[in-house]
Design a protein. Structure first.
Length: 367
């Protein structure tokens, strides 16, 4: 049985790429064959054979388990064990004349102890190798862990740097956008201010003292010249009055155009501006209201609301209201105009009502 195991071990040595096992196993096979022939029913030699085979199996399994990376000490032990078995085989071959001689050679305890020593050495080297492998594995895992930690730290730093860069870029862009918005807001505010100033300037340009419109002479369309009342003083004939229309305005107007004569320009303009100032703030239902003025020096004009077709007429007064008497005269003039209009309206109403109240079929009496 032990010889069969040794043959299988030798065969395993041929299959595996470990020639040092093959040599030791072949020596063991020969020794075991000799022991089988000389050790019939001898327990002590059977134990020796088992010890030899167990030692060989231990060497084989250890080397095969750890492969080509086995320590050189395994090879040395195998070679020493092979040398020992070769020497033992030589001694057995020299004493093969009788089985008794073989038993005497193999029976001493020294041989079993020597073989057991090889087995112990194999076990010790195996334990040492396992410890070395475990330590190397632990160190390898530690190195791998360090590399992983280093990689994680590098990735973390890269992420943090990227985050800082992105945050800085966003903040920088935000500042730029904020500055652009602020600049745009200031620009728009300045544009609005300029537009407002232009509108105000335009309004002021087209308004006389901010009260009435200042009309360009080209926007006045004169139509029919109206007759001026003969009851007014001679100085009133420094102007002509017209029915007219104003560009971009729908309702008819009355336009008083002052006649500028050579040598009379200064006097006429004084009168024109005096008339403007007297009528500028005048608000009364009995007076035609001032709509606007034309300050063109060659043809100054006053533009009034209304139309002569509606029996509206411009009444003039030439006092500057600087005294109580002049103020009283002006008030009497206004009241008298209002009374005449009221009486006319009452008279017209009486005529209409009288005609409606006369009984039907009644006529004048016969004389």
């Amino acid at each position: 049985m032990q010889c069969k195991v040794a043959r299988l071990t030798a065969a395993a040595g041929e299959m595996a790429p470990f020639p040092f096992i093959k040599g030791a196993a072949q020596c063991v096979v020969v020794v075991l064959e000799i022991i089988d022939q000389a050790a019939k029913n001898k327990d002590d030699l059977q134990e020796l054979a088992e010890s030899i085979v167990n030692t060989l199996v231990a060497v084989r399994d250890t080397v095969i388990e750890h492969g080509p990376t086995s320590s050189l000490r395994f090879q040395n032990i195998c070679l020493e064990f092979q040398t020992y078995m070769s020497d033992l085989l030589s001694q057995l071959n020299s004493d093969r004349r009788s089985c008794a001689g073989i038993r005497r050679l193999l029976k001493p305890k020294k041989i079993a102890d020597e073989i057991g020593t090889y087995r112990q050495r194999v076990d010790a080297v195996k334990e040492e190798f396992l410890i070395r492998v475990a330590t190397s594995t632990r160190l390898g895992l530690s190195d791998v862990q360090d590399q992983v930690d280093t990689g994680i730290m590098a990735v973390t730093r890269a992420i943090e740097e990227s985050q800082k860069y992105v945050t800085a870029a966003i903040n920088n862009r935000s500042d730029i956008v904020h500055e652009e918005i602020h600049t745009w807001g200031v620009s728009q505010s300045e544009k609005v201010d300029r537009l407002f100033a232009a509108v105000q300037a335009s309004k002021e340009q087209h308004n006389y003292k901010g009260v009435v419109r200042e009309i360009l002479w080209g926007d006045i369309n004169l139509k029919e010249c109206t007759e001026i009342s003969k009851g007014q003083s001679v100085q009133d004939f420094d102007f002509d009055e017209y029915d007219a229309s104003i560009e971009n305005h729908d309702y008819p107007k009355i336009v008083r155009v002052y006649r500028v004569q050579a040598g009379q320009e200064e006097r006429l303009m004084r009168r024109f501006y005096g008339d403007v100032d007297r009528r500028l703030y005048l608000r009364h239902p009995n007076f035609v209201q001032l709509f606007g003025v034309c300050t063109t020096p060659s043809c100054p004009a006053l533009i009034f609301h209304g139309s002569t077709a509606k029996r509206q007429r411009v009444f003039d007064y030439y006092c500057d209201l600087s005294t109580a008497k002049e103020s009283l005269l002006f008030s009497i003039q206004i009241v008298s105009i209002g009374v005449r209009r009221s009486n006319k309206a009452v008279l017209n109403g009486f005529k209409v009502s009288s005609g409606l109240s006369r009984p039907t079929g009644m006529g004048p009496k016969n004389g």
